[in-house]
Design a binder for this molecule. Structure first.
Ligand SMILES: Cc1ncc(COP(=O)(O)O)c(C=O)c1O
Length: 373
């Protein structure tokens, strides 16, 4: 097979000299952990998302796990979450010995359907992990209403949604626990890393202790008030995060522009649906550009043909309940969440990042048009 001369990758971080300078400064300072870069990053991040507090952690997964501890989730409990997500939003319940319960999604937004969530509540339910999939805000008010009625804790998996807004206010500013993630394909990267936003000083105190091996505000380095973890974010990563936050508006604007161009270019290409558009209550932060292929389109053929032309794609996202370890452990089977399963079979992520050149986008769309014709 002749390989394509053009290669367009799925994602790319935006790293510049300012980021390098900030990381170098930390290296030269000799304080690679527990130095000043961490609190600086946390304070800028809290400002950026309109949160009272933020606690930086070593990954989004670590942040979700700590939220399960804060929610008091334990063995025998159930945690309702979305099957159409990255595995970490369900694994966090497993880490505490709880059972993930998958409620189906809305076919339009691909986020949790509140009616399905309500129907899944039992006397064992302890928390809901609501995901803002692909950066599109979930139905926070309805989900919070369910939590209030049944005495549940709401945890928002906003790992893909830094910069999104719900009902006119940024995701992260709504008071409940919201977790962000900073892997290199995210809007903002720290290499690996994450953060939990909260409006509660008590939750912040617990997060700060749990991520630091259970150490408390008072007491020595070798005194551990509670059972904790090493989920700290190091200062090199935090410094990169500071550089990223300084240009966050630019990064988000670039991503919005690239997404709008895709939507324009795809207009009139048969067999492809663009992602759901924003409305007054939901403003997406663009994490990935995921299209839905029409029934009858052979997705594997599309993926292979695009790859042959040098265009990377990804099957975002498989349904979590059908992952091998979930089937094996809980006996989950196809048919449990038909909307999610159908989305999983039809969706495809195209190359996407803030500085994707127009001619690369045109090439991606022309390749897609040719394959579908
Ligand atoms: C929806 C969602 N939840 C959780 C995570 C986990 O984040 P991390 O990879 O930083 O652990 C991700 C990251 O890809 C994600 O997309």
């Amino acid at each position: 097979m002749k390989s394509a001369t053009r290669q367009i990758g799925l994602s790319a971080p935006w790293i510049d000299e300012r980021d390098e300078e900030l990381v170098l400064e930390v290296m030269r300072s000799g304080r690679l952990s527990l130095g000043p870069a961490g609190p600086r990053f946390e304070s800028l991040l809290a400002d950026a998302v309109g949160a009272r507090y933020s606690a930086a952690v070593s990954s989004g997964t670590a942040g979700l796990h700590l939220c399960m501890r804060l929610a008091g989730v334990g063995p025998g409990d159930e945690v309702i979450t979305s099957p159409y997500s990255f595995v970490a939003s369900a694994n966090c319940a497993l880490y505490e010995g709880a059972t993930p319960v998958f409620a189906d999604i809305d076919p339009r937004t691909l986020n949790l359907d509140p009616a399905a969530v309500e129907a899944a509540v039992t006397e064992r339910t302890k928390a809901i992990v609501a995901v803002d999939i692909f950066g599109y805000p979930c139905e926070l008010d309805e989900l919070r209403g369910i939590c209030d009625r049944h005495g549940l804790v709401l945890v928002e998996d906003a790992c893909e949604a830094l910069g999104a807004a719900y009902k006119g206010r940024p995701i992260g500013s709504h008071g409940h626990l919201a977790v962000f993630a900073f892997y290199p394909n995210k809007q903002l990267t720290t290499g690996e890393g994450g953060a939990v936003a909260t409006g509660s000083e008590e939750e912040l105190r617990q997060l700060a202790s749990l991520r630091n091996q259970g150490r408390a505000d008072s007491g020595g380095w070798l005194e551990h008030a509670r059972f904790g973890y090493n989920y700290r974010l190091d200062d090199l990563s935090a410094a990169l995060g500071v550089g990223q936050l300084e240009k966050l508006d630019q990064i988000l604007a670039g991503r919005t522009e690239v997404a709008a161009r895709y939507t324009d270019l795809l207009d009139g290409v048969d067999g492809v649906e663009p992602p759901v558009a924003d409305d007054a209550d939901h403003v997406r932060s663009w994490f990935v550009y995921v299209v839905t292929l029409a029934d009858g389109v052979d997705r594997e053929h599309v993926i292979d043909e695009l790859e042959r032309r040098g265009v990377a794609t990804a099957r975002y996202l498989p349904s979590i309940h059908l992952q091998p370890y979930m089937r094996e452990r809980f006996g989950f089977r196809a048919g449990m969440c038909p909307v999610s399963e159908s989305a999983s079979a039809h969706t495809l992520a195209l190359p996407f990042h803030a500085r994707l050149p127009l001619d690369d986008q045109e090439y991606v769309v022309e390749s897609l048009r040719a394959v579908l014709a």
